[in-house]
Ligand binder design. Structure first.
Ligand code: ADP
Ligand code: MG
Length: 700
């Protein structure tokens, strides 16, 4: 028999087919269980009101109680709106609704007493409230027996059909008695005690309709902990299972190639951090367990070389290796630099991208199958089924966040014994995020830049200093250095963006005229051949200034480039800016990053620009980025394997997440397969959750 939580939502009293569809489409609520987990995002105290005369600021919502006056419909057609005035002893304020008028108007009686909740905004020098929630004082006072009223997220469309926060609250209120007694405990007794003493069912009920603030807090904490705990437990258990069941290739020997390269071909001394990480990797790959390692390191910290050393170990042990890059430009660059590093060594490196010509591809694939090709570098093209390896032992994935879990899985499927996997990240990821998304991977960190790097001087400029910026560019170019000038290009405004790039290119070409100077241009809408040609010219130093879009964002390495000018910098995200800045400061000369913006900036843009000017530390930048954008946007929810969280917040609940990780680690340490009866509830919940996720099992 299906659990009551699986009952379709339309069967709940007060819902029915129409509202059922609405709930499903607008709020993703399809079942009783979904509604139960549609938690309020805050509560209002029904007994507290603000004096209308004291409304002082915009933005913060207020709860008012007063008499309604002058309820009327004004305006024609599209501009039709319902307005009213709410008055208390201290003053009055205008209320206005543009939507849901037909449904709202009959409820509003001139002279009646009402409770109003909304955000005040300044309109023609006076405060008003647009689309406030409103309720007659009489029904309100009935509800005031439970003073903390839940506030639910909803949408405009749902609100228009009566499913505002209050409407949803009523549905939840009807639901709770029906599910009472059916919600199983998920945490063992110990953890329940540790996290506030509320059982699961009790906690869920409290969060919707709390008895008092203290119990609400305990309930929220318990449920947040539970959410985070099971994510951690799942990841750690997955890792544990993988290490138990899956045999990895043993790279037991450090052989000829690795040693020769290390002693004779390395153009520089490895940094301490690089050495440490290479050691960690060597250890992993020698154990017989499959390596799943995430390599975090700031821009320019030398991750590629670490990847190369790992690949040489694979080769020394009779295996092939693959290096996967997110873009064509990066794949080419890796191919070139690996080929250069490996010159004179008996290693066959090949490049495979979507643009590899058919004839070349045929030969390449044949060689790969026979094992004559040792290292294959490429883009997504490597994932195709026709790409068959003789004996793939290691996959290095560069700039991970563009590859999803599914792609990692496809690479893994290319060998009988799953190859070792080394994932290198483009931008440092905040600790909390790394813990949630890559919690099943081991993590290595390169926390040191190669010696001799000079800090990149970062400044913020506006259009008014454009001439000075150009003069500065010229002075650098005259010293023989090169510069990037980057424009935003986003799909929604592609046409005007493209025009900006082209205009920029033309005006820079006038400012830096031939034959003395040369300016290049590269953007995503160019033919591949043209792009390659322009990139190659810049790399060879034949162009002084490269006008570009973010196609050069990650990985591009031209040490002679010392200036990065970012146009409309306010339109870029923090991690993008950090990546772009990482294109300079790669050689021995002083480098500069100039962030050009409009005069006026919004709050978030200002924070981003200020952060860039203040710090070069990618980990710090990523924390700010997480706070500004939230985890979903950073990881790209689609691909990332970012779990859906109902209550917990990866930014605000970082401490709780840490505790959850520790608790999960501690539990698995004393009871690895959760067979102790005391851990029964945990084991059952975990089993259910892992079953849901089974498709993703064993792939990271
Ligand atoms: P990222 O970590 O951003 O991928 P790269 O691997 O592209 O960085 O390395 C950046 C630059 O630093 C490259 O030119 C690389 O050859 C150089 N490099 C790497 N390791 C060292 C080192 N130990 N000493 C000096 N230069 C190094
Ligand atoms: Mg790199």
């Amino acid at each position: 028999m299906p659990h009551v939580l699986e009952t379709p939502i339309e069967y709940l009293k007060g819902v029915g087919p129409q509202r059922g569809d609405l709930l499903r489409q607008e709020l993703g609520i399809g079942t009783f269980g979904d509604l139960l987990l549609h938690f309020p995002f805050r509560h209002v105290d029904r007994t507290q009101f603000q004096a209308i005369g004291q409304i002082g600021g915009e933005g913060d919502p207020v709860q008012l109680r007063g008499t309604l006056k002058q309820v009327r419909l004004v305006g024609e057609k599209r501009a039709r709106r319902l307005t009213a005035r709410l008055e208390d002893a201290s003053g009055s304020v205008e209320l206005v609704w543009f939507q849901g008028i037909r449904w709202l108007q009959p409820l509003l009686k001139d002279g009646g007493e009402y409770i109003v909740y909304g955000k005040p905004a300044l309109f023609r020098d006076r405060f008003n409230l647009a689309h406030p929630e409103i309720e007659a004082a009489a029904t309100w006072d009935e509800g005031a027996a439970t003073p903390l009223q839940p506030v639910y997220s909803t949408t405009e469309k749902a609100t228009a059909k009566g499913l505002n926060s209050r409407g949803i609250g009523k549905l939840v209120h009807a639901l709770l008695p029906q599910v009472k007694g059916t919600l199983a405990e998920t945490l063992g007794r110990e953890l329940v005690e540790q996290y506030g003493g509320l059982g699961r069912e009790e906690a869920i009920m409290e969060v919707h309709f709390p008895r008092d603030p203290e119990r609400l807090e305990r309930a929220v904490r318990r449920l947040k902990f539970e959410e985070l705990f099971f994510i951690q437990l799942q990841l750690l258990r997955q890792k544990q299972l993988m290490q138990q069941d899956v045999r990895g290739n043993v790279f037991g020997t450090v052989g000829e190639l690795f040693n020769t390269f290390y002693s004779n071909h390395l153009p520089f001394e490895l940094t301490g951090a690089q050495k440490r990480v290479v050691k960690e990797i060597r250890k992993d790959m020698g154990t017989g367990k499959q390596m799943n390692r995430l390599l975090q390191g700031d821009v320019g910290s030398g991750k590629t070389l670490v990847g190369l050393l790992a690949m040489l170990l694979a080769l020394d042990n009779g295996f092939q290796a693959a290096l996967l890059a997110p873009t064509e430009i990066l794949a080419q660059q890796h191919f070139r630099s690996l080929s250069r590093f490996l010159e004179g060594l008996p290693v066959q490196v090949r490049l495979l991208t979507g643009n590899t010509k058919a004839a070349g591809r045929k030969a390449l694939l044949a060689g790969l199958k026979l094992g004559e090709v040792h290292i294959l570098v490429g883009t997504h093209a490597l994932l195709e089924d026709r790409v068959v390896f003789h004996r793939l032992g290691l996959v290095v994935i560069d700039e991970q966040h563009r590859f999803g879990v599914a792609q990692r899985a496809r690479m893994q499927a290319k060998a009988q014994v799953p190859p070792h996997v080394l994932v290198m990240t483009a931008t440092p990821i905040p600790r909390t995020l790394a813990m949630t998304v890559y919690g099943d991977l081991d993590v290595s960190v390169i926390d040191e830049l190669p010696p001799g790097r000079k800090p990149i001087r970062t400044v913020h400029r506006t259009d008014r200093s454009r001439n000075a910026v150009l003069d500065f560019l010229e002075s650098e170019v005259q010293k023989g250095r090169q510069a990037y000038v980057v424009y935003p290009l986003i799909e929604e405004s592609e046409k005007s963006d493209l025009k900006d790039v082209q205009d920029g290119y033309e005006s820079l070409s006038r400012r830096f005229p031939l034959p003395r100077y040369a300016v290049g241009i590269v953007h995503g809408r160019m033919e591949q051949e043209a792009k390659d040609y322009e990139m190659a010219r810049f790399i060879k130093g034949e162009t002084n200034v490269l006008v570009a879009t973010t196609v050069i964002e990650v990985g591009v390495d031209v040490p002679n480039a010392t200036v990065m000018v970012v146009e409309n910098a306010e339109r870029f995200g923090l991690s993008q800016l950090h990546q772009l800045r990482g294109r300079v400061g790669r050689g021995a000369e002083h480098s500069y990053c100039i962030l050009m913006t409009a005069d006026k900036l919004g709050n978030d843009s200002r924070t981003r620009i200020r952060t860039m000017v203040e710090t070069q530390d990618g980990f710090r930048i990523s924390e700010v980025d997480l706070r500004l954008r939230g985890p979903g946007d950073i990881m790209g929810t689609q691909q990332s394997g970012l779990p859906k969280l109902h209550l917990a917040d990866l930014v605000k609940d970082a401490d709780l997440l840490q505790q959850a990780r520790q608790a999960a680690l501690g539990l698995l340490a004393i009871d690895p397969d959760l067979s102790d009866p005391r851990h029964g509830p945990i084991a059952r919940t975990l089993a259910e959750q892992m079953q849901e996720k089974a498709v993703w099992g064993r792939i990271s």
